[in-house]
Design a protein. Sequence first.
Length: 427
Amino acid sequence: MTTLLKTFRWPAVISTVMSLLFLAGDSSLTRGFSSGSPAEAESWPPFEKMDLDSISKAHESRIESTRRSVDSETDTSKLGPVTVEAGFNSFSTSRVTMTSIPFDPSAQERMSFLQEIRSQGQGLQRDLRAEIRSSGDQLENRLIDLLDSRVATLDQRISQNDVSTSTPKKISIPVAEKKLANTDKVERMIYPIVQMKGNGTVGSGVIVSNELRPEGGWYTWIVTAYHVVEEVRDFSDMNSTRVELFFFDPELNRLSETKHIGTEIVAFPESDLSLLRVERETPWIHVATVASEEVCRSLTVFDQVYAVGCPLGNQPIPTRGEISSQYKEVGDEVYWMVSAPTFFGNSGGGIFRSGDGQLVGISSMIYTYGKRSPMVVPHMGLFVPLSQVRSWLRREGYVHLLEAHEGVPVTASGDISVPSEQDSGSF
């Protein structure tokens, strides 16, 4: 068998095999014989001595050389897939397929993000343009409406001026109207004031109510200062506290000379308050308009008020000022301060609101300065606020004298009943 292999015509067989390989498309082996480099050509055995072992070795050497050259010229980590096609006798040649642009996932992600940003920006631009157009239209419409209304107002004013200039009228305040306003103030603040005299001292009081007497006639009730009653009282009768007082006569426009006797029913020395009752044949119709609790709560500093009393034994005199303080502590009591000028004899008089003449307090004290020769400070008078007067009369059972709807006994027929002597006084 060996002799047969050696004597066989191998060159002809090899030539035939090479021709078949060339026709099959794998020319790498044929290039090794024809156009390879000199080093590669020398790796092949002489043509006459070729056998299967030498051909296999030469072909493996050719494949290894090709792989090394590819690895040295390119970075295989950035190349595409390597394809090896089957060749002669289960041997293969290397065919390398290279990509022109490397695949970069981060670059593709950035490109996608930029495209999305660009798309969103274009959408926002469209929305912004539409909003600007809509806002501009609305602003234009509003400006047109505003101008139309202003023009209409100006036209109306011009037409009114034309009418007024064509028919001029003289505007004046009638004297009678002004007189009525002053008369109303006099009736509300002057007529309810009484003067009390005795023991060389003078004081004032405020009429707040009238009530029918059970025996006939009327009771007229007066609120005044406790210290005034103690100074002018009749000390000849120690069983009761009685004072002489005088009403204002509207017909004479001055105090009447008719003397009346007032009896102290209840007193509150701590707050310098006293309640007097006068028996009359007819009621005294000029009663002070008492401020409600709501009005009293609304009072504040700078409210305009009148202080009305009989200073130094004069006729009732009003002086104007303001509530200057709502807290002045004297002993254990709190008083309010008024800037209206007050003097000796104002004590027991009324403090009235300047606008409507409502009673809001009772004058109590005046400021003096110095110990040896006290000097009066007339613009710092102290008074008891009406809220405190109302609380005291409520405790004593006479609050109905300030508010006729509160605490007035009523019979079954609806008539107002007058409490008897035994029913009066404190609880």
